[in-house]
Design a protein around this ligand. Sequence first.
Ligand code: AMP
Length: 394
Amino acid sequence: MAVQSLEGLLTQGKLKGRRVFVRADLNVPLRDGKPSDISRILASLPTLRRLLGAGARVILSSHLGRPKGQRKAELSLRPVAAELARQLGTAVAFSDDCLGESTEAAAAELEDGQILLLENLRFYAGETGNDRDFARGLAALAEVYVNDAFGTAHRAHASTVGMVPFVAEAAAGLLMQKELDKLQIALEPERPFLCLLGGAKVSDKLGVLEALAPRADVLAVGGAMAYTFLAAQGVAIGSSLVEPDRIEDARRVIAYAKQADCRLLLPSDHVVAREPGEGSASRVVSEIPDGWMGLDIGPDTAARYAEEARRARTLLWNGPMGMFEVEAFAAGTRTVAQGVAQSEGSSIVGGGDSLAAINQLGLADMIDHLSTGGGASLEYVQGIELPGVAVLER
Ligand code: AMP
């Protein structure tokens, strides 16, 4: 079923003069009281511009960090209001609460084409607890609801799910819509379909591995999680990171892949060191000696994975191929990033480190879709229904 779109509401004339509650993802890192990375603010602009241009009265909300139901000054969204105002070229009013009398008054004062940013939703435990009264309080601020926070769509919170039944109209914002359209490609892939997974833990990606092993043509695993797979095959991994309680799960994924004729690729060479830190001597090996740990895929593996990426018609990449933050162990992730950028098919990249690698190399323009929702996109491509999306389907 399709979600209600923002464009749909626009053509029905349902936005001009209306108070529109926008749930965005403005969860930006703050340093010295200022956003130190504004990509999420930038990503939210198209929806905001569209709404303001249509004469809507925008009530904007987000979470920031994990205040766990407590008011924490260092997690206030106020600095985001200043940056938003700069980006939009218009005043952004700020309410130092997200509901209640003062917030309702500020919302009621808005004129057509004006915007009000609310304080951090997670200052109330009712947000993540999806409390009914809290949800009703948020809904009381507006007539129309727009969700543009794809990154939290896999969580049933008050602002992503709970408040929706209490508003007259609900739709997906432009960013949310774009994520859904692009990620759909991974559900109906052109072949060969390559899934490249890396990062620290098998446990985090077990669901994706299990769901994609039967659907992908090639599953290439890198990062620390590859060592649990190698251990499952009885390969010596020295002192590399391993999750002993996941070895059985890894064996199951290997068996699924085999049954489904999916080629499961694991590293055949490694950049190893005795210690994970900067400055420790490293070398490339095909067999990891005792006392050494694999911290990056080796050059042969990286070349193999990059070649698979170039040949894929559909490609999904999430997670670094090694300890990418340390220069000595970043080459594998970079080589793979180059291959992904050169892919002729549709490429979807998600996860902080993979996105950082793409950005560092200036390759962002060559990727079809840079997904903003790490966990949400991984759930979506598994075919799991996201509560924040399901609630917009009506
Ligand atoms: P994740 O959050 O699961 O995407 O994992 C990202 C983290 O995994 C990064 O901080 C990497 O440094 C780390 N990582 C990736 N490969 C390795 C490895 N071979 N050994 C240790 N840590 C790794």
